[in-house]
Write a protein that binds this ligand. Structure first.
Ligand SMILES: [Zn+2]
Length: 382
């Protein structure tokens, strides 16, 4: 994992030194992305070339995880409880299994009938692209503009996103082992309260603004599993040039310059004690709202969200192309889940169609950054 992640982060840093002659420009700061780490960890992107061992009745057998499998469907294949598999393999987070992993299955009672092995993909592709969101959407019939989310709405939206990616336990929040939030903060009740406070404070107050914020936060927090950048402190984070100001909070605030700006704006002393962000749900969410409206290279991202301009938002949040495709996938899903096409406050520019993304309709084309990387942006076009 470390190798893969390192190469991505290095590429992003290298990519910036390429454009800007070695110094990172004010405002545009490449940031690590939890989401990409999670892809290699919990979703699995490696082609499974190992065949499953044959089981014998009621005995411990070995199961090699295939693409698209979850702990719960592996458990049902073998007629056992997923908790027993987790226990037998020392898995504390049931979402963290990966393709090619060899799992001990205690007391298997069934001959497994695994899905036919898919053809090896020519490129690495997240599971997110292979599953569909129910086109009916979730939540209530009312639009989400200028009102608080209910706990039930947040839960339905987050669970639908996680289910669409094959999470065995989509109801869990901030369950990663590295996450230092208090247990009492890892609930939908607390999450809803903090989201509503932050949405009101930073004017993330319409359906489309909320959807774009959630799409980015979902990616940045490795699908709402952690408020802290993944990777071990000693073997990974300490080696980063931004240590100890590594990714924290819902938008993964990174680099001392951003921490300092946030401290000056919030009076939260995250310079002396950076853990004050990721150990506290209120600060995790508030720092993300602050970054959204005041911290990005483009200034406020609400107005980018108003025109459904995902290319501009992706660069504003990440500073590069880290997780670019997944971010597009998530906003498309959220547009359906939150029924945004029914929102009466949606006012897109004439050339823009909701949920259809093209370089030619993004304001990124008017920036130097967009001009430099025109071809790369166009490779993501619908
Ligand atoms: Zn609305």
């Amino acid at each position: 994992m470390g190798k893969y992640v390192d190469s991505i982060v290095t590429n992003v840093e290298g990519f910036f030194s390429g454009i800007f002659g070695g110094s990172v420009p004010e405002g545009i700061i490449p940031r690590p992305s939890l989401g990409v780490v999670a892809n290699t960890q919990s979703i699995g992107t490696v082609v499974n070339s190992v065949s499953n061992a044959l089981p014998s009745m009621g005995k411990t057998v070995t199961h090699v995880v295939r693409r698209g499998e979850t702990l719960s469907n592996i458990a049902s294949m073998h007629g056992v409880d997923y908790k027993d598999i987790a226990k037998a393999n020392g898995i504390t987070n049931p979402n963290n299994i990966y393709v090619g992993q060899r799992l001990k299955i205690p007391n298997s009672t069934k001959t497994p009938t695994p899905k036919p092995s898919p053809k090896p993909p020519s490129t690495i592709k997240p599971i997110a692209d292979e599953t569909k969101i129910d086109s009916k959407g979730v939540g209530c019939e009312k639009c989400y503009c200028y009102r608080d989310f209910t706990v039930d709405e947040v839960k339905k939206i987050v669970e639908a996103l996680k289910k669409s990616e094959g999470y065995a336990l989509p109801n869990l929040l901030f369950e990663e082992k590295n996450c230092i939030l208090n247990k009492s903060d890892r609930t939908y009740e607390r999450f809803t309260i903090e989201l509503n406070k932050t949405f009101a404070k930073y004017k993330i107050n319409t359906c489309i603004r909320k959807a774009h914020f959630l799409a980015q936060a979902y990616l940045e927090t490795a699908r709402f599993t952690s408020t802290k950048e993944l990777g071990s402190i000693d073997n990974y984070l300490k080696k980063k040039s931004y240590y100890p100001y590594y990714g924290r909070g819902l938008m993964q605030l990174t680099w001392s310059s951003n921490y300092l700006k946030y401290k000056n704006n919030s009076n939260i002393d995250c310079i002396t004690n950076p853990n004050i962000i990721d150990s506290n749900l209120e600060n995790s969410v508030d720092s993300a709202g602050w970054f959204w409206e005041h911290g990005s290279a483009w200034g406020g991202l609400n107005k980018r969200a108003d025109n459904d301009d995902i290319y501009k938002i992706n660069i504003g949040v990440n500073g590069g192309f880290n997780g670019f495709k997944e971010r597009i996938t998530y906003i498309k899903k959220l547009i359906i889940l939150m029924k945004i096409k029914n929102c009466k406050n949606l006012k897109l520019k004439k050339d823009k169609t909701l949920g259809i993304y093209k370089y030619s309709t993004s304001s990124i084309r008017n920036t130097n950054y967009g001009k430099t990387y025109k071809t790369k942006f166009e490779s993501y076009d619908d």
